[in-house]
Structures are given as C-alpha cells and as structure tokens.
Design a protein around this ligand. Structure first.
Ligand SMILES: Nc1ncnc2c1ncn2[C@@H]1O[C@H](COP(=O)(O)OP(=O)(O)OP(=O)(O)O)[C@@H](O)[C@H]1O
Ligand SMILES: [Mg+2]
Length: 239
C-alpha cells in the first residue's frame, strides 16, 4: 500500500510552558478534501503551523509521502508541495496584487511555472486580474481572501491547507470560499486540508472530517457519520 500523502503522528506542541496539542494524529490521502473543525482555541491553527513547519512539535512526527519531515524547514516543505493559506490571510498590504503573487513564488517549483500559474490564478479569480495593480491593503475582505488563496496556489501545491478562509466574510461569500475548496480538489486535483469553524458548510464539501477540542482529536468520520452523531449535532450544528 502506498503511504498517505500526509500523516500527522501524535504531535504535542507547546507555546513556552503552555501545551496546545496533546497527541494530535490525522492523515490526508492524495485527492482527499479533509476538514479539521473545532471551536476557538481548539488548536486548529497550531496544527496547520506544525504541518507547514512554522512550529516544531515537542513530540510526534510529520510524515509527507512516507518521509519524516519533522525537521525539514518551512520553505523546503513549500518546495515539496505543502502550501498554507494562513489565518488572517497574510498578504502584504503595501504591495500590489501582482507583487503579492510574485513574491509568493519564491521556490524553484513555483518560479518555473510562474506565468502559467499566474494565468490559472487570474482565470480562477477574474477580480484579481482586473485589480492586479491595486494595493492589496485596499482590496475588499473577499478579494483579500482570494489573493491569499492565489498566493498559495502560485506555489503549485499538492496539498493546500486553508485556515478559516470564511472568517469575516458575509454568508454568501463564506459559502463560496468553502465551495472553492471543493472546486480546487475536483477541477485542479489539489488535495485540501480545510480548517473551519463553519461545521455545517464544511461537512457539505469534505470527504472526511476531524473534530478538535482543546488540543485533542475527539471525533473523526465522514460527513454522514458526523451529522448523525448526537454530540456533533448539539455542539456544532445547533440541532
Ligand atoms: N503564540 C502563542 N502563544 C501562546 N499561546 C498561543 C499562541 N498561539 C496560540 N496559543 C494558544 O494555543 C491554543 C490553540 O490556539 P490556536 O490558534 O491553534 O486555536 P484555533 O483552533 O486556531 O482557534 P481559532 O478558531 O480561534 O483560530 C489557544 O489556547 C491559544 O491561546
Ligand atoms: Mg485559528
């Protein structure tokens, strides 16, 4: 059996003395759309940051295509195909849309395909093409989120990790951005790990989901399984 694309194996992550993750394990297969769900402070961002190499686990391992990358620096993981749309978007407000996309393409992998990738991003988000010379800080919230996703896509990821892309968007846009995760998987073949607080919408697009509570995975399953679970219904779906 070929290894999973990504395996997170029992990671324990600390901020100083404060322990944020207590043995979190999850896996993502090639071509899957997996949701990591949970309330404020559950440890979702911490998990993504550990996968992308911004944080180091004190214990546990990150495995990419069967290879231990726990000690691999963050920029090399981008080169290997792991890209991250950070919480709060992480764009450069004083750079234009185009410049934001260009500086995101710092890896060899991204530079080689830059013009092709730029076309792909502009075709996916025509609004960014129209506004390519506009300063990113003056874009609307929804446009900034498109740009943040564009910056990750320009790196030609195999695995795209999105940290609460719907945050701060009006309901219609929030829905669109969550369905965009599905479009990227279905039409572009990108594997997606989607972090969201919007459990209801995320379960509409995900193949599988994990629920994180105070640094521990407390449930895992298909959307059908989770939607049937009384605890999920009460705590996350408000039914
Ligand atoms: N830089 C930091 N220093 C100290 N504690 C931190 C730091 N970043 C996060 N934490 C703590 O770690 C825990 C997990 O935070 P994390 O940001 O991973 O949660 P989250 O699930 O992404 O929440 P949200 O949905 O609000 O973004 C929280 O208790 C948080 O206060
Ligand atoms: Mg977060």
């Amino acid at each position: 059996m070929s290894p999973k694309l990504l395996e997170v194996d029992s990671i324990e992550v600390f901020y100083g003395e404060f322990q944020a993750l207590f043995g979190v394990s999850l896996s993502v297969d090639k071509g899957e759309l997996v949701a990591l769900l949970g309330a404020n402070g559950a440890g979702k961002t911490t998990t993504l940051r550990t996968i992308s190499g911004i944080l180091r686990p004190r214990r546990g391992r990150i495995i990419w295509r069967g290879k231990d990358i726990t000690d691999t620096p963050a920029y090399k993981r981008v080169e290997m195909g792991i890209s991250h749309v950070p919480e709060g978007r992480g764009i450069f407000p004083k750079l234009t849309v185009y410049e934001n996309l260009r500086v995101a393409a710092y890896t060899k992998r991204a530079k080689e395909k830059f013009s092709e990738s730029l076309e792909m991003v502009y075709n996916l988000f025509p609004r960014l093409r129209e506004r390519r010379n506009q300063l990113a800080g003056t874009l609307s919230g929804g446009e900034q989120q498109m740009l943040a996703i564009g910056r990750a896509l320009i790196q030609r990821p195999e695995l795209l990790m999105m940290d609460e892309p719907s945050l701060g968007l009006a309901p219609k846009l929030a829905r669109e951005v969550i369905f965009l995760a599905k479009k990227l998987r279905d039409e572009y073949g990108i594997t997606v790990l989607l972090v969201e607080q919007n459990v209801r919408l995320s379960l509409k697009v995900a193949d599988r989901a994990y629920i994180l509570e105070t640094g521990r995975i407390v449930m895992e399953g298909t959307p059908e399984e989770l939607e049937k679970n009384p605890k999920v219904r009460e705590a996350y779906l408000g039914i």
